[in-house]
Write a protein that binds this ligand. Structure first.
Ligand code: OAD
Length: 257
């Protein structure tokens, strides 16, 4: 039997990571892919395979058919609850706890896998799947998604305690504005960093996609971790074509050596 070959960390990436006192890790759906959460560009399977997530995550879809949209989010919430943080999430948490380094996590993900992996998240740019609020009056809601054994095509959203209108997921849909405070905090964290690590994002969705560019324009080194070429690639100083759960633990393990 042969033992698996150790992951090779590109030397320039390791040098940057070792010397950085302030790091910004900007993550997208690829960060959670190895926890079993499908990315937005993955083909969906089963009940939802005929649907495009980009068409379900919109205010129009909600207006047309809230029961369908609620059922889709309830299924995504079920997948998130069933999943575990992967080695990449754990490595980010470990790096954040190191002495002498400030590491800010800025994520487009609406799941809670960074938090469950032991990291504090500075900014959830696209909101929080579990922070439900009223679709009309905006009041935050104590309601929760139902536990599903399997996906269903339609589910009635719970009513708001205050006004009785349907409660919606606490996420940013296409065409909606990002939470201003989170976005500004994310931009600042990236611009003030000594290193921005962009992990698992296609860089297609704005304005989140502008964050690495804004940092790069200030001269902050940008490293992309992604198995594929993306819209971030051109702005990156270094590109590491591997997955989050491979790259991050390998990198963090070498910080002290
Ligand atoms: P996407 O689904 O657009 O892109 C996922 C990226 O992750 C792709 O570039 C993949 O190559 C990469 N990837 C896949 N598996 C990976 C792995 N194991 N490790 C590292 N990278 C991997 O996801 P986002 O860029 O996050 O917005 O999408 C941005 C936004 O579009 C989402 O936040 C969501 C979505 O619609 C809203 O809901 C507003």
């Amino acid at each position: 039997m042969t033992s698996p070959s150790p992951v090779e960390v590109p030397q320039p990436v390791l040098d940057l990571a070792r010397s950085a006192r302030r790091v910004c890790v900007l993550t997208g759906a690829g960060m959670s892919a190895e926890s079993g959460i499908p990315t937005f560009r993955d083909v969906q399977v089963g009940l939802w395979e005929r649907f495009d997530p980009m068409e379900l995550a919109t205010p129009t879809a909600w207006e047309d058919d809230p029961e369908q949209v609620w059922a889709w989010y309830a299924w995504r919430a079920t997948l998130v609850r069933r999943s575990q943080p992967n080695a990449g999430h754990l490595a980010v948490g470990e790096w954040q706890r190191r002495q002498g380094v400030r590491l800010d996590v800025v994520t487009q993900n609406v799941d809670d896998l960074h938090e469950r992996g032991g990291a504090h998240v500075l900014a959830h740019l696209h909101g929080d799947l579990f922070a439900l609020r009223c679709s009309r009056c905006g009041a935050s809601s104590g309601a929760a998604y139902p536990e599903l054994e399997e996906p269903v095509a339609a589910l009635e959203p719970p009513p708001c305690d205050r006004c009785g209108e349907p409660v919606r997921p606490g996420v940013v849909w296409f065409g909606e504005a990002l939470p201003q405070e989170a976005f500004l905090a994310g931009v600042e964290a990236a611009q003030e960093a000594d290193l921005v690590l962009v992990v698992g994002t296609s860089g297609l969705v704005h304005p989140a996609a502008t964050v690495p560019h804004l940092a790069g324009a200030r001269g902050v080194p940008v490293v992309e971790v992604n198995p594929r070429e993306t819209e971030v690639t051109e702005a990156a100083d270094h590109v590491w074509r591997t997955t989050a759960a491979t790259a991050l633990p390998a990198l963090v393990a070498l910080l002290d050596t």
